[in-house]
Design a protein around this ligand. Structure first.
Ligand SMILES: [Mg+2]
Length: 406
């Protein structure tokens, strides 16, 4: 061992021959320092095949969703390594996320891309005047995800492996088949198709103005499917406290995996009361755009299942801090949306998690995620394991670059 170290510090391996050269070639080389050379930001508008409605639409708070806007970040280093990340917005905020990222991206050039934690802080301070949550944080998220993708690719590992996996596959459930605009017969057909595609759980939207319609739809799906199929419902913050308690009690008989967002996202006390009084687990957290907001709810005992969204909370760097906090509180984890990122993060969570299956993003990437026997599998591709399609380029409505390509 001493010989190897001495040899490496006194002369390069290429100058050696015989057994010494072979031994040194097998030993780990010195750590490499790379530098960010070029950053490209793209605003990509993904159209949805059908306008989407949940409870927020049925009660007039929002319009049906017709598109999702992605902020895509591509980072290239001086050595030619690259990483890709994204965050997103629904209905509004896409141009603002893009504009904020464009303003702060110049501070990346020349940084060592391995310094993900320091870079996250630097980006936050670059735009500190507009806060540490909301769309400013989501602009940072796209960059942070790209840096983690790059880090894992440089290590030659899937991101889940770099983080330290607990498992190679994660339980997965379908959401996109159970929206409120979809007739119940179609919801049941969608559920059967999901199960056949290897997606194990089925989530239904609820929170309609007439609660009896919600119960009728849950009943119809429960009766149509094998009783062992895991079912969840999602009220998208639609109920007041009394309605949520009443609905929670009515829904107990269905053995749901969870009731999602029964109340306003920021009603910590209301959620905590449901968590204490109902057998069915309560899930919430998708709306939060900072770890601090999650911590407040966790401290209040407001949920059994935390549902962070890495693009919304600022990327993988803050997500990992939140995941550690959730683990200390023995909470279940079911990240919201963006399965392309969350599969890796869920695979590294100690308590058996769920990942939400949405096929909406598939036109953006060449690669598909494998689902089988109710689980989604981490691929063997390094990093996140995705590359952008020409279709994604064609849907790009704005692009900005800083630095120079190597
Ligand atoms: Mg939800």
């Amino acid at each position: 061992m001493t010989d190897t170290l001495t040899a490496r510090t006194t002369r390069p391996a290429s100058a050696l021959s015989g057994p010494d050269a072979a031994r040194i070639a097998a030993a780990p080389g010195p750590a490499t320092v790379d530098r960010i050379a070029h950053v490209a930001l793209s605003s990509v508008v993904l159209p949805l095949a059908t306008p989407i409605s949940d409870a927020k639409v049925l009660t007039g708070r929002q319009k049906p969703m017709t598109e999702v806007v992605f902020l895509v970040t591509e980072i290239t280093t001086e050595s030619g390594a690259s990483g890709i990340g994204f965050s997103y917005s629904k209905r509004a905020g896409g141009p603002a996320q893009f504009a904020h990222a464009q303003e702060i991206a110049p501070v990346l050039v020349g940084e060592d891309p391995a310094d993900t934690a320091r870079i996250w802080t630097k980006l936050t301070w670059a735009g500190a005047s507009v806060g540490r949550s909301g769309l400013a944080t989501q602009a940072i998220a796209s960059i942070d995800v790209a840096l983690w993708d790059l880090k894992a690719k440089r290590a030659g590992l899937p991101l889940a492996k770099l983080l330290g996996s607990h498992r190679d596959s994660v339980r997965t459930y379908n959401t996109s088949g159970g929206f409120l605009h979809t007739p119940i017969e179609q919801v049941i057909d969608n559920a059967r198709a999901s199960l056949e595609a290897g997606i194990g759980g089925i989530k239904l939207k609820v929170g309609q103005p007439d609660w009896r319609l919600d119960v009728a739809r849950v009943t119809a799906v429960r009766e149509a499917l094998d009783p062992d199929v895991p079912l969840m419902v999602d009220a998208n913050q639609q109920w007041d406290r009394a309605t949520a308690m009443r609905m929670g009690r009515i829904l107990e008989e269905f053995g749901l995996v969870w009731i999602e967002e029964p109340l306003d996202a920021y009603d910590a006390e209301g959620h905590a009361s449901l968590t204490r009084r109902l057998d069915t687990p309560i899930a919430t957290g998708e709306m939060f755009s900072s770890v601090a907001e999650h911590v407040r709810l966790i401290d209040a005992g407001a949920s059994d299942v935390v549902q962070p969204d890495a693009p919304r909370v600022g990327g993988i760097t803050p997500f990992l801090k939140l995941a550690a906090y959730a683990e200390h509180h023995h909470l279940d984890l079911a990240p919201h949306f963006a399965m392309e990122i969350h599969l890796h993060l869920a695979a590294a969570y100690p308590i058996e998690p769920w990942v939400e299956h949405f096929d909406w993003l598939s036109p953006l990437f060449h690669e598909e995620l494998e689902t089988r026997d109710g689980r989604m599998y981490v691929s063997e591709r390094p990093g996140l394991g995705f590359t952008l399609t020409e279709q994604a380029r064609a849907w790009t409505v704005a692009r900005a670059e800083v630095g120079k390509r190597p």
